[in-house]
Design a binder for this molecule. Structure first.
Ligand code: DX5
Ligand code: ZN
Length: 220
């Protein structure tokens, strides 16, 4: 099995030592930096936005994986692309014209991702598979770091993998929320290829080692 991509979530970082945290990411085996944007409306929390994106873009050598938990993503796509996003995930539940939104993200030169809340079925993606580079399966209800993993996610990932295969899609499957060493192997076996990890990385005694351990988890 190929090694998974690891996307540490900045939300769990120590913001008093942001430069040190980003240096750790640069040194580590992380593949992306996951950047959670919350607007206090789509989710019951507010995180951070463009000023921090500027810092991350300047200091972080890993591609920025931007997760927009906001009600009106279309308004801000250009700004996130300009701000250095490599991947932009919009929420399925926030998009009235998903095909148009995904097409626009690609036109901006970014990879297009759709995030699905735990209750959202995968079937709605069937008509946008050609516009999709990655699906972000939420394994918690979005809004906060440090929540417990929802086990049904494993079934959902397996169903999505099957749907992608059946349609000849090479879209990647990324999973976000409560991901740690104790569920990583099962997620990868179900079909995920990218693991977002906030608390299990940044709250670990040795975050760089935590990233390495996730990357090289025994998948058998
Ligand atoms: C939750 C965010 C996640 C969060 C994950 O709404 O989208 O990216 O930072 O944090 P952990 O890994 O602690 O669940
Ligand atoms: Zn996220």
């Amino acid at each position: 099995m190929p090694l998974p991509a690891i996307a540490p979530s900045l939300l769990a970082a120590d913001f008093a030592h942001l430069d040190r945290e980003l240096e750790m990411i640069n040194r580590s085996e992380a593949d992306y930096l996951h950047f959670d944007v919350m607007d206090g409306e789509f989710v019951p929390n507010i995180s951070f936005g463009f000023p921090l994106l500027d810092v991350a873009h300047k200091l972080c050598k890993k591609p920025l994986d931007v997760h927009l938990m906001i009600t009106q993503p279309d308004r801000y796509l250009d700004a996130f692309a300009k701000g250095g996003a490599a991947i932009i995930h919009v929420h399925y539940e926030a998009c009235q014209h998903l095909h148009r939104t995904l097409t626009h993200i690609r036109e901006l030169g970014c990879q297009a991702g759709v995030a699905l809340n735990p209750h959202t079925p995968i079937i709605g993606l069937e008509n946008v598979l050609e516009q999709l580079d990655v699906v972000l399966i939420m394994s918690v209800n979005p809004g906060f770091g440090g929540q417990s993993f929802i086990p049904h996610t494993l079934t959902k990932i397996a169903q999505l993998k099957q749907m992608l295969r059946a349609n000849g899609s090479s879209a990647r499957i990324e999973v976000d929320g409560g991901v740690a060493l104790d569920n990583a192997a099962a997620l990868l076996r179900a079909g995920a290829d990218t693991l977002v990890a906030g608390s299990s990385v940044f709250k670990a005694d040795n975050p760089e080692a935590a990233i390495r351990d996730l990357k090289h988890v025994d998948q058998t």
